[in-house]
Design a protein around this ligand. Structure first.
Ligand code: FAD
Length: 278
């Protein structure tokens, strides 16, 4: 019979990992540990009783690049991703370089950042804007899911039982205009944080593609409003800019944003972005 005491596993292969997870279904993957130890999850003031440490899994540390994609393993640290420099799409570079501080970025992994349960964090915001894909694996199967769908899922539905985030795939497309901004405010003793990412591609003075994402406690992206800017000539006309802002105002009025200050901040961000395009 398996021991009743707390267990820490250090698998070297995914086969070993899933075998341990099968025996201890409540075991928790431990990547850099910054979220588990210091983050929201510290409220419980104790570590999970069974842990699967991921740091000996070399296969989760690979970075590969093709002409069209960049693939990054779940256990690659945020600081190592930043070392890729200009290969990284600018929006992701900006999001990661504003995540926490250099000490945390040296420990925290991209898989941990994406799977962290309480918030949709910085990397997720940029990865949704880039239409990244995530690979999730169990002992018996693997599947790919879009960053948008993953981030929009409720916590219980994000990962199935004993499912591991193993790598992400980022399309290497060129974006001509990129804006990334973070928001942090305290109101009535509650902290509200979030980040917004805007990317646009411009061909012959025409906006050929636009994406706008907000991430915080919830993830917001409205493809209908993106569509009304697509195909518009630059500089953007007043009427077109106004229509875009109004669609977002409608969308955000119905969205589960916890606070009026945050809503105003998102709309102000959109207005200033549209002004720049005009
Ligand atoms: C002081 C401080 C400041 C911070 N500031 C920011 C900030 O500005 N922006 C921001 O985005 N974040 C911030 N964070 C959060 C930080 O980015 C996360 O703690 C970190 O990214 C989590 O990565 P990790 O490798 O340490 O994950 P861990 O703590 O090891 O894991 C986090 C969660 O993900 C699960 N998990 C980890 N890897 C996998 C996997 N491969 N498959 C399935 N589940 C997995 C774990 O079980 C756990 O539930 C901050 C954290 C601290 C401590």
């Amino acid at each position: 019979m398996d021991a009743l005491y707390s267990q820490v596993f250090f698998p070297k292969t995914l086969g070993e990992l899933f075998a341990s997870w099968n025996r201890f279904p409540n075991a928790v993957p431990f990547a850099g540990g910054t979220g588990i130890i210091y983050g929201q999850e510290k409220r419980s003031l104790s570590l999970p009783s069974n842990i699967i440490a991921l740091d000996r899994l070399d296969e989760l540390r690979h970075i590969t690049r093709t002409e069209r994609y960049l693939e990054i393993g779940a256990m690659v640290r945020l600081s190592d991703i930043l070392k890729l420099g200009k290969v990284l799409p600018q929006i992701l570079r900006e999001a990661l370089s504003r995540t926490a501080n250099p000490q945390i970025r040296n420990i925290a992994t991209i898989g941990g950042n994406i799977c962290y349960s309480d918030w949709k964090l910085d990397a997720a915001c940029a990865l949704v804007a880039l239409d990244a894909q995530y690979e999730l694996r169990t002992g018996a199967s693997s599947r790919w899911i879009s960053a948008t769908r993953f981030s929009a899922s409720t916590e219980e539905k994000k990962l199935n039982r004993q499912e591991l985030f193993t790598r992400l795939r980022i399309p290497l497309e060129h974006w001509d205009y990129t804006v990334y901004r973070k928001f942090n405010a305290n109101q009535f003793g509650t902290a509200y944080t979030g980040a917004t990412a805007f990317v646009a591609r411009i061909q012959k003075n025409i906006l050929s593609e636009v994406r706008l994402v907000f991430s915080g406690e919830t993830m917001l992206r409205d493809k209908d409003s993106e569509a009304i800017l697509t195909g518009k000539l630059l500089p953007l006309g007043k009427r077109e800019g106004k229509a875009f802002v109004e669609l977002w105002e409608e969308y955000i009025a119905a969205a589960p944003v916890p606070n009026a200050v945050l809503k105003t901040w998102i709309i102000n961000f959109i207005k200033s972005t549209v002004r720049n395009l005009a």
